[in-house]
Design a protein around this ligand. Sequence first.
Ligand code: GDD
Length: 683
Amino acid sequence: MRVESSRYIEHFGSVRINGVQRVLQLDSGAGGELYPEEAMGARKIGRDTIEDIEHRMAIVILIKNEELKIFEGVISAIPHECLMIVVSNSQRKRVDAFKMEHDILSRFCRFTRRQALIIHQKDAILAEALKQANYTEILDEKGLVRDGKSEGMVIGILLAMSQGKDYVGFVDADNYIPGAVWEYVKHYAAGFSLAKSPYAMVRVLWRYKPKISRGLYFKKWGRVSEVTNRCLNSLISTNKGFETDIIKTANAGEHAMSIGLAKMLTYGSCYAIETQELVSILEQFGGVLPITNHAAAEQGIEVIQTESINPHLHKDKGEKHLLHELLLPSLSVIYHSPLCNLPTKRLILDQLVTRECLKSDEEPPKVHIIPPPQEANIQEFSHSFEGHLRKYVVPEEGGFREQFIGTEFGRTAAKVRRVVFTDLDGTLLHPLTYSYTQALDALRLLQDKEIPIIFCSAKTRAEQEVYREELGINDPFIVENGGAIFIPKDYFSFSFAYDKVTQDYLVIELGTPYTKVRQKLKKAEEESGCRIIGFGDLSVEEVAQRTGLNLKFAELAKQREYDETFEIGADKIKMQSVLNKIEEVGLSYVHGGRFYDAMGGNDKGKAVKILAELFKQKFGEIRSIGIGDSSNDMPMLAVVDIPLLVQRPGNRWEELEIANIYHVRGVGPEGWSEAVKELVAGL
Ligand code: GDD
């Protein structure tokens, strides 16, 4: 996609509102650019970037008694990578419209090999989950979710949060043009890729809204939007003292938010929602009223407005609906904002009285405001939902669905503690640079949530201690491919069996001493007639040269206690016979990407199992997560509840035969970070 650069920006406290950016090209091709686009006034957003954001985005489709044919067109236009969440308030009595929507979505997902969630707004389990989450403002006197598009949207946000999505976008189900729906989602993804803040919102302005009068007339602005924009601009102008017309999307039903932003905002009931989102941003971050979240304010809140290419054609619900259900509540939330001063109040009253929405002595009725979704206890919400999820996931049958239920939602089971076991080289550490920088933010997330991070690597104790100290990790760790488990003294408050005590640790030894491993390797070398070059045969400089480690780390890598890292000085044909010989002399081996490791009897999986048992004693039920990149992680990935595989250089995954393994996009720490963020979202 190619989007015009933002030329006109308005700042209001920590809020940055970008002027409308036109989309120049819906698909800008796969190749790179030969000239700096910024200078040309346009930004190209690559297909990969868009796809990556779509993967992290839930699209919430709101529906109430719409034409099923149109609904079918809408769902077929949602890009494959997005998670669809349909929130319906359609009738169930006489003709069960919701059942038909459910069937259509289910069939569509079965044919297209994708998964979706569909829920009825009046569902009793949903209402109960909201009660459990202590988020009851959204419930009516019968204890069910109130009617309203806005209420449906908030349910969508909560579900997107519980699914660990980073973004949530909204689409109406009465859109006649599937191409327009597809385009809106592309706008959302492109907008987020341009945003400089994680607290971002993308709002789409339709280029044309065709009307049928004598022929088809392509009208540029909706009347309601024109008035709401004017009033909202007046609110900003009068507070700043500088006139602006920056807001062009005050009623934009087609919009998306990062979850970080969505969960902080308040929402106006029914159709006041889109205007109230902007009012809420201005109130919370405009600097006129007290700032509600300083961390977010520091990063800034960004509003991006884009103009679509496809025309917008939807069902016309009549004048009364437009004025009383859309315009009146939209202007009402501006009117009742503490930011609204006299000139804007006068403008609003004038507009409403002229359109006969109000009598001249009346004030706009107050709109019910829904509190920020972050006030819901999302853990409780997910937890009460978990057991019933089968009811809401489509398609109903197939391994696909099992996978979704077993992991996607399973990961948010609130009361179950997570323990992360991670490989280092090629996984947490970049395979080429050994850098962990890309994973730092995700690592901090785990630490904030007090989720133990267990290194489980071929690296030595001495090497791992450096990383533990640098990253502030104090959890147990598994060294040299499961050779030993080092547990900080006093980490577990109960007693357990261990083999030795050092100054800082209780050590469970599972491997054969290094000298013995070396002796056996020598034997294999003699018997095979091929050179086996272990770290023990090399100087520090040579280890550094072969591994790319610096001298300090090369020295630490040589301080081996349980396993030997080696290369084989033989061609490919002889290689296998040497490896067979190594097994014959009583060792096992693994391939870690660049080198082999030989050891006696230990593997990562055995060590992980022992530690997992200790964590069960500590926490009760746990869910173990294993992250690796290569075949030497197989034993670890085979015993954890959620095995994750990051990519190796060249963006490919090692082929591992493990059931239910999750292939995570991103090489080493990049994939690590993505996976961890997904896993802890909503916890
Ligand atoms: N889940 C749910 N619950 N969906 C609802 C409800 C409800 O109570 N009420 C309406 N919807 C669905 C409709 O079926 C439709 O798909 C979508 O929400 C929008 O509702 P419409 O009634 O068609 O709204 P509109 O076309 O007048 O207004 C749209 O555009 C405005 C901007 O011009 C909406 O998106 C507005 O929110 C927006 O401000």
